[in-house]
Write a protein that binds this ligand. Structure first.
Ligand SMILES: Nc1ncnc2c1ncn2[C@@H]1O[C@H](COP(=O)(O)OP(=O)(O)O)[C@@H](O)[C@H]1O
Ligand SMILES: [Mg+2]
Length: 589
């Protein structure tokens, strides 16, 4: 075995593996350098998603020829004047980006300080190929071409120019949000994509996020124990299938930190389905000594001295804002409802969208066969199930109206003063049970229903372990359990709010919940989570026929229950079709 010191060119290429994963990461480093240099305007040009060209031109401090040489050396930086790593205010501090990028591309560095001439240095895959005078305005301009051309292993992992472009745009957006006081111009394949003037942070965020956040967003501004949080998040009903519109910053540094992403999820838990994601731009300010930024080569993760305080601020702050917003809209029309009902579609399109009956045309069967009876019965299952109330002239002024009937044993149809209301009975009831449990918990008293005969539930041993470990918390929710052998749990009492329930199914679901939650959650959050699972088991199913009195009771309870406008998965629990919309549907308008 012979150990050798690696040549610096190879060292740089190894570092490049961490720092420049793809064009977007090179672009990010270059824009960060431009920001650190105090630029007022940054111009970015990309060709083919940055695979052919990344150019970043700034009007910052510039560098002298000597400084340019140093800048291209590994571990050379102007950003750590006093050898400390604990008060870093600049984006950069590792002195790695330029040499790393230069080792895997053809890099041209032009720079000029005020009052002097410009200079150019050209490096090809880590080897200096020439230098000389250059003419440019004060500042720095860097061109990166043929990135990864000689690193086939890396090239294989790159996406199409489209995909790389998307990542580049994302990187620019994050930095542009971090520094709203700087002007940004972005061109891709000769097309102007962004042109951002210096402005305030909220204005910059508004320019870069979905315009609909205007109506569907909530402003955040809170503080606790010296930590501050500002920004904007979407209402739970305004969500996305991907978590790609979440912009998080710690002391104005864009991060993709697991803790922060998890806290954001935590705030929306039981307001939004698990596979849906809120939109957010959140700016966290933390005293410098409370956070370590030197934990990741690309500087996108940080470490907090007190992670629980950070999580608490985010979950608590967002939760309070979301609750307040939902209270306001509880008796108003659902945010999602107009989207479902009012469309700009033409009359013809609307008519053609009217769904055809779900049941297929019955197959031909010999007369007298029981199959016919079955199919006929199936048809009736979908007919209105409850007796309709006769329409009366005077409609009492309930926001959700008076129940008029039930459709498909799943939806309650009600008449309100200003239109027709349709309620998803399971979704709505599930929410009510959850809120009831939560209120009882806050009041300190959850009624429990002792079982006449304690029930023994058999589960996997690890599931039993989890249930046993959580037995105190479950007890607080009215679910009394006890270990009963390696693979069984004894259930002595269930929450009264639940009524008669499938105890085995409930415990199996709870074990799965607990497995997923792991250890990182506060007791409060765990209780919330477990309550949601219990609520789901205790609520009226779709398919259950309700009496008119039951339906009205459900509507009245919804009106006075916070957050009842959406189910535990973030879908609306009811929609309203206003009189005007009805008239439109029938062409009366
Ligand atoms: N656009 C720029 N304008 C002025 N100076 C720059 C610019 N880009 C890089 N530099 C100088 O080059 C040095 C090395 O840059 P880099 O390799 O990115 O490391 P770091 O940013 O961590 O210091 C920086 O510390 C800075 O002094
Ligand atoms: Mg840098």
């Amino acid at each position: 075995m012979s150990i050798r010191r690696l040549p610096s060119e190879l060292v740089n290429r190894i570092a490049a593996g961490e720092v420049v994963e793809r064009p977007a990461s090179a672009l990010k480093e270059l824009v960060e350098n431009a920001l650190d240099a105090g630029s007022a305007t940054i111009r970015i040009r990309l060709v083919a998603g940055g695979l052919e060209l990344i150019e970043v031109a700034d009007d910052g401090s510039g560098m002298t020829p000597d400084e340019m040489h140093l800048a291209l050396e590994r571990h050379a930086t102007s950003k750590l004047p006093d050898d400390g790593l604990d008060r870093i205010l600049s984006f950069g501090f590792r002195g790695e980006a330029l040499p790393s990028i230069a080792s895997v591309s053809h890099l041209t560095l032009d720079s000029r300080v005020r009052g002097a001439d410009g200079w150019r240095i050209e490096i090809d895959h880590g080897v200096a190929v020439g230098e000389g005078p250059a003419s440019l305005p004060p500042g720095t301009s860097i061109r990166v071409e043929r990135l990864f051309d000689k690193v086939p292993a890396r090239r294989k992992f790159l996406r199409s120019p489209r995909g790389e472009y998307a990542a580049c745009l994302d990187a620019v957006k994050r930095l542009a949000m971090a520094r709203s006081d700087v002007a940004f111009v972005l061109e891709h394949d000769g097309r102007r994509i962004l042109s951002l003037q210096p402005t305030t942070p909220p204005q910059r965020v508004a320019e870069l996020l979905s315009a609909e956040l205007d109506r569907n967003g909530i402003g955040i501004d809170c503080e606790r124990n010296g930590l501050g949080l500002t920004g904007v998040v979407s209402l739970p009903t305004f969500n996305r299938g991907m978590a790609d519109q979440q912009f998080l910053f710690v002391n104005a540094r864009p991060v993709k930190d697991r803790l922060l992403v998890g806290a954001l999820r935590g705030a929306y838990r039981d307001l939004i389905a698990r596979d849906r994601h809120p939109i957010a731009a959140l700016f966290l300010s933390v005293p410098l000594e409370e956070v370590d930024v030197n934990v990741h080569p690309a500087k996108t993760e940080v470490r907090f001295r007190d992670p629980a305080a950070v999580r608490g601020l985010i979950v608590g702050g967002l939760r309070a804002a979301l609750d307040e917003a939902s209270q306001k809209s509880a008796t108003r029309e659902q945010a999602a409802a107009p989207v479902l009902w009012t469309t700009s579609a033409t009359y013809d399109e609307q008519v053609n969208r009217v769904p055809t009956p779900a049941s297929p045309v019955p197959k031909w069967v010999p007369a007298g066969s029981t199959a016919v009876l079955e199919e006929t019965k199936a048809l009736f299952d979908h007919a209105p199930a409850a007796r309709a109330e006769p329409a009366v002239a005077e409609v009492p002024k309930y926001p959700l109206g008076v129940a008029r009937g039930q459709v498909a044993a799943t939806y309650i149809v009600a008449e309100a003063e200003d239109g027709l209301v349709i309620v998803d009975q399971h979704a709505a009831h599930e929410r009510l049970v959850l809120e009831r449990m939560r209120a009882a918990r806050e009041g300190g008293a959850i009624a429990r229903q002792p079982l006449l005969m304690p029930e023994v539930v058999d589960l996997e041993e690890t599931d039993c372990d989890r249930i046993e470990a959580a037995s105190d918390e479950l007890g607080r929710l009215g679910l009394e359990v006890e270990r009963f052998g390696p693979t069984s749990i004894l259930v002595r009492a269930t929450p009264a709010a639940l009524g008669k329930t499938d105890v085995h199914g409930l415990l199996a679901d709870l074990a799965a919940e607990l497995a997923e939650l792991g250890g990182a959650f506060s007791l409060q959050e765990k209780l919330d989570h477990v309550s949601a699972t219990i609520a789901c088991h205790g609520s009226v199913r779709a398919g259950r026929v309700l009496s008119v009195a039951e339906m009205n009771a459900l509507l009245r309870e919804m009106e006075v229950t916070p957050r009842s406008g959406q189910c535990n998965h973030g879908r609306p629990t009811w929609v309203k079709l206003g009189h005007a919309e009805m008239e439109k549907l029938f062409g009366r308008r």
